[in-house]
Ligand binder design. Structure first.
Ligand SMILES: Nc1nc2c(ncn2[C@@H]2O[C@H](COP(=O)(O)OP(=O)(O)O)[C@@H](O)[C@H]2O)c(=O)[nH]1
Ligand SMILES: [Mg+2]
Length: 245
């Protein structure tokens, strides 16, 4: 079973294209699937638009919390998939809900999970990867984050610590919840992505990456990333994780 997980905050505009694309692309893979979106505190009709697709695909919609933040939504989708998954072979694919994470990479990511990896990252930093449409400061930020995390928290097989587009073996996530409980993800913002990798590394998980063509210019509407808060939170998180090593 493949679970498609995503966080969506005020993405009403792009949601019809995004949901229709999931249906078309995942059904090509000939695999049972369900979608687990978290729209939490969205103030537009993101949740209502998603709910409109319940008759055409299985959807477990997580909404209605006052809390905001990618970390909050990420944690909720991961918890939900651990609760509903019944087989050790199940895979969770987490992605942005803005049509910048092309589902053509689902297949190579699934293959690498089936080959024995616990986490497979769609990476911007492999020789065959390409990026386009990123503002200069975002390119700088992602390269800086890659160097920073590779020095402080080296993980075999990982170059891109901040790509949200990843496949996880659900059994590895269950193991992580068993070990960390609700402390698995404490970061409320985009730091949660690196946080999870660093915590999974401590559990001897196997990591791999696939090259990815990331067309950021395809995004409709602005990024939800709050950069200055994210940089401060990254330093704080890293300090806390290093102390706890
Ligand atoms: N539910 C929820 N989703 C969020 C929140 N912040 C960001 N997201 C979603 O997380 C994904 C990544 O955010 P995005 O703005 O695309 O980040 P970027 O691609 O790094 O610029 C998108 O699908 C957003 O809608 C949030 O506070 N709550
Ligand atoms: Mg995005």
């Amino acid at each position: 079973m493949l679970y498609i997980l995503f966080a969506a905050y005020n993405e009403e505009q792009i949601m019809p294209a995004f949901m229709s694309n999931i249906k078309v692309e995942i059904e090509k893979l000939n695999i049972d699937y369900a979608v687990i979106p978290c729209t939490d505190a969205s103030t537009d009709n993101t949740a209502q638009v998603i709910a409109g697709y319940k008759s055409s695909m299985p959807i477990i919609l997580l909404e209605q919390t006052q809390e905001r933040g990618l970390g909050v939504a990420f944690q909720r989708t991961l918890k939900a998939v651990c609760d509903v998954s019944k087989s050790d072979d199940d895979i969770a694919l987490f992605m942005d809900a803005d049509c910048t994470h092309d589902l053509k990479y689902a297949s190579p990511m699934i293959e690498k999970i089936r080959a024995g990896n616990d986490v497979v990252i769609a990476s911007r930093f492999l020789p065959a990867s390409t990026t386009s449409g990123f503002p200069f400061h975002r390119t700088l930020l992602s390269y800086g984050a890659s160097i920073f995390f590779r020095i402080l928290f080296p993980i075999k097989g990982v170059k891109d610590y901040t790509s949200g587009y990843r496949a996880y073996k659900v059994s590895a996530l269950k193991k992580a919840y068993k070990h960390y409980g609700d402390e698995l993800i404490v970061e409320k913002n985009f730091c949660c992505l690196a946080e999870l990798l660093i915590k999974l590394k401590k559990l001897e998980c196997r990591f791999a990456e696939v090259p990815f063509a990331y067309d950021y210019g395809a995004r409709v509407g602005g990024s939800k990333m709050q950069i200055s808060k994210l940089i401060t939170a990254t330093f704080k998180m890293s300090w806390n994780l290093l102390k706890g090593k």
